[in-house]
Ligand binder design. Structure first.
Ligand code: ATP
Ligand code: MG
Length: 574
């Protein structure tokens, strides 16, 4: 491909108000064009790279025994009502109305349709197990699209679905997918970690995300450097400090004028925060719920949502609190009835707490659980913070890092098959719901993440397997016939060796051409010049090295191949 003919011009300067490196570099190297908020067109360079990512994913999915199919993007809303996900997706769901007035969902993901197809085509245990996948466009009306291809409203995803007769079967399909994902990231040149993830309000058990650690990431990842435990903060467990002492003192009221916060209470009573209990009022499905946690910890709303099985929750407003006859700033579950109480496990790790007295300007001291109140559920609700103890190895202190989620695997269980009625007859003929898993990788986000992880101040440094071209060929004095002849020959030789070449044939200065080569980031740069021609050499340089090398014209193809081999190209091509 000649750069003079390539669609799109490079830009020297960083675009204004763009945060992410990958976004800046993709705009500057003319890979993407923004059509609207969170909507992009892919220019030829991006598309070439995305096609390579797609092929790597396809090869790994196929070799894991998965079958490719293709589902529709427009789907009847009724299908989504069956699983309750019209509400669960809420405003993120794009819908449209057809000429007959029927509402269609513009699919943000495909569990519903896939399960409906499976219902029609799987009837017996003999038809299982299966793993099905597609690579197709998804639409989500994201509230905050940002960062180029990182979070967009229209994007391509590889989504796969496993179908099994049992949880053991699911475990084995899940393992296969995890292996395939690891192979995909490796081949794409991404260093990722696998972390425990929240499995959402839909139900299901295990879930993992594949995360690339980066300061620009939106996800907070809790990591133990001792044992390797890693989890999204939405899910991360940790070992709570046990502050219990012997004995339980007598429950007492104390007057606490104008004390409405935990900080106020601790200084007023001169006690540490872990000697207090915080009660938060949340509303889920119109119900007011009391959420109780030790004062030194914070509630993590994603954990709370999954304990409540609710897709939407909110903190109660002062009005809600008043309506239920509660005294804001003085609430606790002690001595009041009629509310569901959800407690964090930390209540078991302390005694003689101070808590609200359910009267204005009154608190209680020496509150003990379960002596003084009952909870409907005691669960892990607390947010992990830096420095807390690891749940697995307990002695190490947890660290929190930022990360980009580049894939998600999820044991769904039978929630979708039950709501859509996808069953199979087991060996004794009785009907059972199919046990499902789902597995997603966003292609554009993967490309953006790869650039986020592989760049320097001059530009992109493409991993070899997903570079649009392996070689960036520069001709100095490209107008001179002997140079253009030579360049043509170099390109031909490389192409005959199965390599792809981007040829800068423009009448630009050497400086501009070198800058563009660094910006566009192909793994190998080759320079053809009169001086080199005289010495019968070419200058060859890898993008990730500072050392250009003069290589005899007879052996440059071998040199390029060996540089690519060192970077894993031939192993990673599949
Ligand atoms: P996030 O938490 O980042 O919104 P998600 O949990 O909604 O992601 P899934 O529904 O599990 O994502 O989708 C699977 C994969 O699709 C993600 O791991 C990511 O790679 C990609 N993806 C999801 N949403 C977007 C988006 N808005 N733009 C680009 N890629 C996306
Ligand atoms: Mg999302």
């Amino acid at each position: 491909m000649k750069i003079s003919e390539l669609l799109g011009k490079t830009h020297r300067d960083n675009p204004a108000e763009v945060e992410l490196d990958s976004h800046k570099l993709m705009l500057r190297s003319a890979m993407i064009y923004q059509v609207g908020a969170g909507i992009y067109g892919y220019l030829p360079l991006a598309w070439k790279s995305l096609r390579k990512i797609e092929e790597i994913i396809r090869q790994e999915m196929d070799s894991a025994g998965s079958q490719e199919l293709r589902l529709s993007i427009l789907q009847p809303k009724e299908l989504w009502d069956k699983t309750g996900r019209t509400d669960a997706f809420g405003d993120d769901l794009f819908t449209l109305t057809d000429r007959k007035g029927r509402t269609l969902v513009v699919a943000p993901t495909h569990e519903e349709e896939l399960t409906a197809i499976v219902k029609a085509h799987v009837s017996s245990y003999r038809d299982l197990p299966k793993i099905l996948y597609q690579i197709h466009t998804k639409f989500r009306d994201e509230p905050r699209s940002r960062g180029g291809l990182m979070r967009v409203r229209e994007f391509d995803m590889k989504d796969a679905y496993s179908l099994d007769v049992s949880n053991d079967g699911l475990d084995s399909s899940y393992k296969k997918m995890v292996q395939a994902y690891k192979a995909i990231y490796k081949r794409c040149g991404l260093e990722v970690i696998q972390v425990e993830a929240d499995s959402g309000a839909i139900g299901g058990k295990d879930s993992h995300e594949f995360v690339l650690l980066a300061d620009s990431g939106e996800d907070a990842i809790v990591i133990c450097e001792g044992c390797g435990y890693a989890a999204n903060i939405e899910k991360a467990r940790f070992s709570r400090v046990d502050y219990s002492t012997n004995g339980q003192s007598e429950l007492k009221e104390v007057n606490t004028p104008q004390i409405t916060t935990i900080n106020g209470l601790t200084s007023f009573l001169d006690i540490p925060t872990h000697k207090t209990i915080k009660t938060l009022c949340y509303v889920a499905r119109e119900e007011l719920i009391l959420v109780v946690i030790r004062g030194d910890l914070e509630v993590n709303e994603v954990k709370l949502k999954s304990v409540l099985g609710a897709s939407e929750i909110r903190l109660a407003s002062p009005k809600d609190i008043e309506k239920h006859g509660l005294s804001k700033g003085y609430i606790s579950p002690v001595g009041i009835n009629g509310f569901r109480v959800i407690a964090d496990e930390s209540l078991l790790l302390g005694n003689d707490f101070a808590a609200g007295g359910n009267k204005n300007e009154v608190h209680l001291i020496n509150v003990n659980y379960p002596r003084d109140f009952k909870a409907d559920d005691v669960s892990d609700l607390a947010q992990a913070t830096e420095g807390q103890g690891c749940i697995k190895c307990t002695d190490e202190k947890l660290k929190i890092k930022k990360g980009i989620e580049v894939g998600h695997v999820f044991k769904l269980g039978d929630s979708f098959s039950k709501s859509i009625g996808a069953t199979f007859a087991d060996e004794s003929g009785s009907l059972k719901p199919i046990i499902m898993g789902c597995y997603g990788i966003g292609l554009g986000r993967l490309l953006a993440a790869a650039i986020e992880q592989h760049n320097d101040e001059d530009g992109i440094k493409f991993p070899v397997a997903i570079a649009p071209y392996q070689v960036h060929l520069i001709a100095i004095d490209a107008g001179k016939p002997e140079i253009s002849e030579m360049a043509k020959q170099v390109q031909l030789d490389l192409e005959q060796a199965g390599l792809e070449v981007l040829y800068d044939d423009r009448n630009e200065s050497v400086g501009v051409k070198f800058k563009d080569a660094d910006l566009m980031g192909m793994p190998i740069r080759i320079v053809v010049s009169l001086r080199n021609l005289k010495d019968n050499v070419l200058e060859v340089k890898a993008r990730d090295s500072d050392q250009p090398e003069k290589v005899p014209c007879e052996s440059f193809v071998e040199k390029v191949k060996s540089l690519l081999t060192e970077r894993g190209f031939y192993d990673l091509k599949g």
